[in-house]
Structures are given as C-alpha cells and as structure tokens.
Ligand binder design. Structure first.
Ligand SMILES: Nc1ncnc2c1ncn2[C@@H]1O[C@H](COP(=O)(O)OP(=O)(O)OP(=O)(O)O)[C@@H](O)[C@H]1O
Length: 578
C-alpha cells in the first residue's frame, strides 16, 4: 500500500523529485571527492612542506565544500517542499473521502480513528517522504562510491570494510526488527486515547452530573499509560541505536588506524592515504546508518499507509448514480414504495414495508413511540442511508437516481440534534446559502421565532457561536437550525423532532409562521407532541417500523386506537401537570 500511495501522491511533483535527485547527486559526488583531495594535501603538501600546493588544493577543497553545502541545502529544500505537498494532498484526499462517507462508513472506522488517520498517519508518511528525499540518492552513492574509492586508496585494508559493514547491519537490524511490531500497536493506542478524550469532551456534562470524573480520569489514565508503555519500549530501542552505531564506528576507526599504522611504518602506505581510507569508511558506515534509519521509517510509514489506504479504498455505501439525473424541478411529492430498512449488521429491519404518498406543498407528520423508526424514516429521504428494499421517490424519481448535490440542495433537514458550527449566527445561517442578505437572515429568524433572542445577543447576527452551538440553549439551537433551513429555501423541509424544546405557545406560533412562509414547499415533520401536528394534511402513525394508521387528526381519532391512545395519554399528562 505504501508504494501505491507514494506513486500516486508523489508523481505529480516530478520536478521537485528531479531537483532532489540532481542536488543530492552533486552533493554526494562532492563528499566523495573531498577525502581524495585531503589525502593529496597531506601527502603532497604537508609532507613535503609545499605551502603553495597546500594553498591551491586547500582553496579547491573550500570551494567544493561550499558547493556541497549549497547543494545539500537546496536538496533538503526541495525534499521538504515535496514532503509538505504530499502530506497536504493526502490529508485532502482522506478528508474528501470521509466527507463522502455515509453514516455506515463513519461508524465502521469510528470518528476518532478517522481523525488519527487524517493527521498522525499522514504525518508518518510525510516524514518518510522527507527522510527518503534526503537519503535515497546519497546513501547508495556514498556507500558504493565509498567502497570503490576506499579500495582504490588501499586494497589491503578493505577487509575492514567487509567486516564493519555487516557488523553494523546486524546490530542495527536486530534493534529495528524489534521496533517494527510496536508501531502498529502504537497507532491503535493513539486511536484509543483520541476516543476516550473525545467522549470525555462531548460527554462532559454527563460526567459531571454523574460524578464520574475519577472513573473517566482512570479510563484516560489507562489509555495514556498504554501508549506511554509502547512508546517507552520503542524509545528504549531507538535510544540503543545511537550508542551501538557509535561503538561500531569508533571500533572501526581504531582498527583502521591500528592496521594502517603498521603499513605507514613499513612505508607501503602514506599518511594521507590512511586518512582518506578512514574518511571513506566513515562515509560508508554513515550511509549504512541512513539505510537503517529508512528501515525504521518504512515499516512505520507502511502501517500508517495501510490505515490511510483503508479509508481511501472504502467506497461510500450511498453510491452516486451512474447516470445521475440533474435537470429536475422537484415539487415535493414524496413516495415511499414498499420500503424496508435494516441497519448494517442488524438482522431485524427497523422499517417494514412502508408505502405512502404525499402531495406537493402539503405537511406530512410522523408520530409514534420512541424507537418506532421515525428518524430512520426521514433519514432515507436525503440518503443518509439507502433503503434496503423498495424505493423512495421524489416526484416519481428514485432518490438513488438523482445527482446527490441536486437532491441535498432541495432538502432542508433540521436533525433531531442540530449541530451549529463555530463562527457567528450569520455564518451558521448562511451555511446553505452563502450569499443570503441580512434581511433574508432576519426574516428566517422571525419565522423561526428566534429574532428576539438573536437581537438581544451581543453583536446580533455577528454574535459568536461556539463549536456545536454550546453557548446557546437547546431551544435556541433548534430555532437557529430551523432558520438555517429556511434561509436555504428548499423544496422539501424535514423537521426531525425540531419543536420538542419549544413551549406550546412558541411551537404554535412557529408552525403557523412556517406554513405561511414556505409557500409551495412540502413539509415532513417528526413529532412527539400531538399538538405539533394536529393541522398536518396527513399523519402517519408508526409502530415498530410499520405504518399502523394514516389520515388527518380528526380521521385518526376515529379510525386509529393507537393514535387515540397517544392523544389521550398526552391529554391526561397535561391535565395531571395542570
Ligand atoms: N445507527 C444505528 N445503528 C443501529 N441501530 C440504530 C441506529 N439508529 C437507530 N437504530 C435503531 O433503530 C430503531 C429506530 O430508531 P429511530 O431513531 O429511527 O427511532 P425514533 O422513532 O426516531 O425514536 P425517537 O423518537 O426516540 O427519536 C431503534 O430501535 C434504534 O435502536
């Protein structure tokens, strides 16, 4: 997966890769040339006391060193740009994919894991690109070139290379092989910490109310301890790497100097040659070390690439149609034709053989006990889920055949738990229609019975809204969400239990204003309270996923014992409260 991912995401930046390769090549060549000049200056300048030779060769060495540094910096610059670009594109790719997911896929991965995959996992791949771009070209050139040039300097001492390189490889290889399995565990542990943290933040009020802070602290502590434990084990191994490498490097240097000194003594080798040989051996070992760094990075990034790939390879279960119908003017006639629905993984269907038709411009209400399937029913309209059997049609067109954006543009959904985004009242209201004027916003607020409280907020339309709308009350949030749907002016409004937090008087005013304001649009209202739906053109009574009765309030009072029971239970509850 790592290779496939890299091929796909690195390819567009071929010019940056070319830059990296060219400058890496140049700086490696310079690195390889410097020890030869060094030997030259010692043997032909220092040894003979030729100052002029020292100065000219020294001048060349200085120039080459400067060029090497410049090439090295430029290569790193190109490499860093490449890594950042790949990281950005990957994050965008994952984000877009997740944006197209239906609820089914989001719950399959879990939101915290999707966040880790978009952030931490992408960062691992990005780090690999950065490291690779600085080492991939120079490491093999330094290793191979170093071996050739060292042998050229002195063939007899080259057995030292043959010994020290495998020793370093084996030592580092042993450490790396123990680190790799820890990485997979580590990413899972990060997922876990994210999950606990997220639950704590979203459920903070419940945690306080149930005095569960110590328990939650313990839960977070346990997740945190697990990640620390794995990270410590990986860190311990990583810490071992540096001393091991240094030990091999130092022992090899001493061995070269020891055996080289004998050859210098018997006159078969010059001091400069010995120094050059030593420098080449160091370069070779450094290259081997770079390779082992890669050996650490690759498996780690590979784990992350697999996790990113899983997301990228997952197709939304709500698939867009092959030949989408875009050119359609919807009037809002909704038809459920023998619709059944079961949640993924659940055997029993939540909705069973629903068949009904609503006329354009009318109000349809759904009532029933909790868990009867009301929310599930309305979620099928904007394709938050697709029907398992049967079809949902708008003006005769199956919602699965409509171009998804065309469908969503025409539906104004106010979910049971409306979500407000961080920003201002105005930015939230303009969510579905960015160019709406202030007058349009105030009008929508008026209809949603929200004008007064928004006017009283500091800044009015520009008043700050916290993430999730946590700085406004539940009822205010509901009314802002209704206003947001109204600003969009869709053909079909879906209110899922959107009036529950309103008092009966406000509820009544809001419904009257709504019906007058939305004109020809159709309305689908899920409600718990009979008073919210008495004037609906059609009421569907849902019981255990089936429509057990259908009609107007007056008709149902006569024909449906279930509806009559709901009405009388609510009346007696109101009388008891009075
Ligand atoms: N995402 C889900 N995965 C699995 N089962 C679900 C899911 N959402 C709801 N259910 C189940 O489907 C059934 C119907 O739920 P739904 O939310 O549609 O009921 P409802 O009539 O809207 O209830 P309420 O009035 O309490 O909101 C319930 O038994 C519920 O447990």
């Amino acid at each position: 997966m790592l290779l496939t991912l890299l091929k796909r995401y690195v390819k567009p930046y071929w010019w940056l890769i070319t830059g990296v390769v060219v400058f890496q090549l140049a700086q490696s060549m310079a690195s390889l040339y410097l020890p030869t000049l060094n030997a030259d200056i010692i043997d032909n300048g220092v040894a003979t006391g030729d100052t002029a030779y020292i100065l000219t060769t020294g001048g060349w060495m200085l120039l080459i060193t400067l060029a090497q540094v410049a090439c090295s910096i430029t290569a790193v610059y190109f490499g860093a740009r490449l890594a950042m670009a790949v990281g950005r594109d990957l994050r965008r790719g994952v984000f877009r994919k997740v944006g197209a997911f239906s609820e089914r896929e989001v719950s399959k991965f879990g939101a915290p894991s999707l966040i880790t995959r978009t952030t931490n996992d992408v960062q691992q791949v990005q780090m690999l690109v950065l490291m690779t771009s600085t080492m991939l070209v120079s490491a093999p050139i330094l290793a191979i070139g170093g071996v050739i040039l060292a042998m050229q300097q002195d063939l007899e001492l080259s057995w030292l290379i043959a010994v020290s390189v495998p020793v370093l490889l084996i030592a580092v290889g042993l450490i790396v092989s123990r680190m790799v399995p820890l990485f997979r565990v580590m990413q899972k542990k990060i997922d876990r910490v994210n999950l606990v943290l997220r639950e704590q933040l979203t459920g903070i009020r419940v945690i306080r109310a149930f005095v569960r802070e110590p328990v939650e602290r313990q839960r977070f502590g346990a997740a945190n301890a697990e990640i620390t434990d794995v990270a410590t084990r990986a860190g311990r191994l990583m810490a071992l790497m540096f001393p091991v490498v240094m030990a091999v490097l130092n022992v090899s240097s001493v061995a070269v100097l020891w055996f080289g000194a004998f050859r210098v003594e018997d006159g078969s080798m010059q001091v400069g040659t010995l120094m050059a040989f030593l420098q080449y051996l160091m370069q070779i070992l450094m290259a081997v070390m770079m390779a082992t760094f890669m050996a650490v990075m690759i498996p780690r990034a590979s784990v992350s690439a697999d996790r990113i790939g899983e997301v990228l390879d997952t197709e939304s279960s709500v698939v867009p149609p092959l030949q989408p119908i875009t050119d359609v003017s919807l009037h809002g006639a909704i038809e459920f034709d023998d619709v059944s629905f079961a949640y993924p993984g659940a055997e029993a269907p939540v909705l069973r053989n629903l068949t009904f038709l609503t006329e354009p411009g009318t109000t349809t209400a759904v009532i029933g006990s909790t868990g009867a399937g009301k929310t599930t029913l309305v979620n099928l309209l904007p394709r938050l889920f697709d029907a398992t059997e049967g079809s949902v049609r708008i003006d005769g067109v199956d919602v699965r055949d409509l171009e998804p954006d065309a469908l969503w543009e025409r539906i104004g959904l106010v979910p049971q738990k409306p979500y407000l985004f961080s920003g201002t009242v105005a930015s939230n209201l303009r969510y579905g229609k960015p160019d709406a004027t202030d007058d349009e916003l105030w009008h929508a607020l008026e209809v949603a019975q929200a004008r007064d409280f928004v006017a009283a907020m500091p800044g009015g339309l520009e008043a700050t809204v916290a993430q999730g709308g946590t700085n406004v009350s539940g009822g205010q949030r509901q009314r802002l969400a209704i206003a947001r749907a109204l600003v969009k002016r869709p053909e079909i409004y879906v209110f899922d239990d959107s009036f529950s937090a309103l008092d009966v008087a406000t509820d009544g005013r809001l419904r009257r204003a709504l019906r007058a304001d939305i004109g020809e649009a159709s309305m689908f209202v899920v409600a718990q309270r009979v008073s919210s739906i008495v004037d609906a053109d059609q009421i569907l009574v849902l019981e255990h996923g089936e429509i057990v009765a259908r009609g107007t309030h007056e008709q149902l009072l006569v024909t449906s014992p279930t509806y009559e029971e709901i009405v009388s239970s609510q009346l007696s509850a109101e009388e008891a409260a009075a």
